[in-house]
Design a protein around this ligand. Structure first.
Ligand code: ADP
Ligand code: MG
Length: 467
């Protein structure tokens, strides 16, 4: 259990707790859900911190929030505070004279679109919204082998649009930075050419625009709007699946834009031929420019992203903590950001410096899910990553100190953290003799007593491996 140091004034502490909780929710929930349901909530916390009450403007919202979010909010509060806190809901005493929203189901997309549009920071140029998020740019998109090609191609398009790589088709799994890259292209192009007509749109929004144009018989306007663009950024085109009318309209827009050398950038969760239920003629168009993948970020890139992001949040993350987190959160950047937010919220609320121990506490849910058994293989990989050598060098016969030493460290950790015998460990290190392992174990454990730098490195490795 974690020691919880709450700020002196219980009321401030309560607000700080709720603030930290909303920060975590903000990164878990889709933006529009967060803005609609969570952001307007006000919290009061009882003096003894046994109860947190959320005040909601009306009954409808109260029921919805209780049904949809109460469990998650409770879990987060418990996690942040370190002890269970009862969660209550109350209606606001007097309803404010806000505009009355029509009573609709909460999944009504028009309502969400309205909320989102009102809150986004679009630049309006000649009455024209580009829907770009100006905070997503090339500067804060960390480069690594995972995204180098896509980033370079996108940068080229932004600087010299309408020529090479048209259309540019970027694909990859969730949370790998596709949307970020698209916004970066738009923002960069606008920086070079402020008058350019740029539009960022999610494929689902395009579908809904088509439906609206269809219902309102405003196809001419629709066409005029889309066909006049200099740069169309269309995100997640896999959502066009089975939407025939949309695909047709998109095909038309596509042809019109390419004919006038406007640029098109698309993203998807798969490469063009992997798209299901999209017309063949469209698929072959998608593939007619440049198709590039974004891969999951490698360890070093994850470390760099963590350090960069926390700096941009005004906090310094020590490299060893970044290494610990990057090693344990691997799947994508969005999850990495989630982990970072948890750590920063936890650090802020508990008024403690960011350390491996703090990261471990803040991420304990996530780490316990992984429930990893420490294997020799895992040790070899972690140590190789840490000292930036190849895993293969753990079994190789190479002897330069830059390799031999990390290998000895890995042997030492294998002895310390697993149940394996010396001969078994020797076997797993490329068939070495058990005396070689014994020598390594003795040497490293003796050195550890006197060389504090080594001790510190071993500490980081142990923490990382124990997860
Ligand atoms: P996708 O569209 O591929 O699902 P996003 O572009 O939404 O992913 O990225 C998820 C989050 O991760 C965003 O907050 C984004 O800013 C961030 N992100 C992704 N890749 C990088 C990167 N290379 N450097 C910095 N931040 C990144
Ligand atoms: Mg995306």
């Amino acid at each position: 259990m974690t020691q919880t140091a709450v700020p002196a004034d219980a009321n401030d502490a309560g607000q700080a707790l709720w603030q930290s909780c909303t920060e975590l929710l903000a990164q878990e929930l889709p933006e529009q859900q967060f803005i609609t349901w969570i952001k307007p909530l006000q919290a009061t916390v009882s003096d003894d911190f046994s109860k947190l009450t959320l005040v909601v403007v009306n009954r409808f919202k109260l029921d919805w929030i209780r049904a949809q979010y109460a469990a998650r909010i409770s879990a987060l509060l418990n996690q942040l505070y370190g002890q269970p806190i009862q969660l209550d809901f109350a209606l606001m005493a007097k309803a404010p004279a806000a505009k009355v929203l029509p009573v609709r189901g909460p999944t009504d997309s028009e309502e969400f679109t309205g909320v989102l549009a009102a809150s986004s920071n679009d630049t309006v140029l000649n009455g024209f919204k580009n829907r770009l998020n100006s905070s997503l740019c090339f500067d804060n998109l960390v480069e690594g082998t995972a995204n180098r090609m896509a980033r370079a191609a996108a940068m080229h398009v932004a600087n010299v649009p309408g020529q090479l790589y048209n259309p540019l088709f970027i694909y990859g799994g969730v949370g790998l930075g596709k949307t970020h890259l698209m916004h970066a292209v738009g923002n960069q192009l606008l920086q070079n050419k402020p008058d350019a007509k740029v539009l960022y749109i999610h494929a689902e929004q395009f579908v809904s625009d088509v439906v609206k144009a269809y219902q309102r018989k405003t196809f001419d306007e629709f066409k005029q709007h889309y066909h006049s663009l200099d740069l169309l950024l269309i995100d997640d085109v896999q959502f066009f699946a089975n939407k025939d009318r949309t695909q047709e309209e998109f095909f038309n827009a596509f042809e019109a834009l390419l004919a006038k050398k406007s640029h098109i950038v698309m993203t998807s969760d798969t490469y063009p031929k992997g798209l299901a239920d999209i017309h063949e003629r469209l698929v072959s168009r998608f593939d007619s420019g440049l198709t590039v993948a974004i891969e999951p970020p490698e360890l070093e890139m994850r470390v760099a992203i963590l350090i960069n992001k926390s700096r941009s949040e005004g906090a310094e993350m020590p490299e060893e903590v970044a290494f610990f987190v990057a090693k344990n959160v691997r799947s994508n950047v969005r999850e990495l950001e989630g982990a970072l937010r948890k750590i920063l919220a936890y650090s802020r609320f508990n008024q403690k410096e960011v350390s491996i121990q703090l990261a471990r506490d803040a991420l304990r849910d996530l780490l316990s899910i992984q429930n990893r058994q420490i294997s020799v293989e895992n040790i070899q990989k972690t140590v190789a990553d840490y000292y930036k050598i190849k895993v293969a060098d753990m079994y190789s016969k190479k002897r330069p100190a830059s390799i031999a030493r990390p290998r000895q460290i890995a042997m030492y950790l294998a002895k310390e953290l697993t149940q394996k015998s010396l001969p078994e460990i020797g076997e797993l290190f490329g068939g070495r003799d058990h005396t070689t392992v014994l020598h390594a174990v003795r040497k490293i454990s003796a050195e550890r007593q006197t060389v504090s730098e080594l001790n510190q490195q071993l500490h980081v490795l142990e923490q990382t491996l124990k997860g």
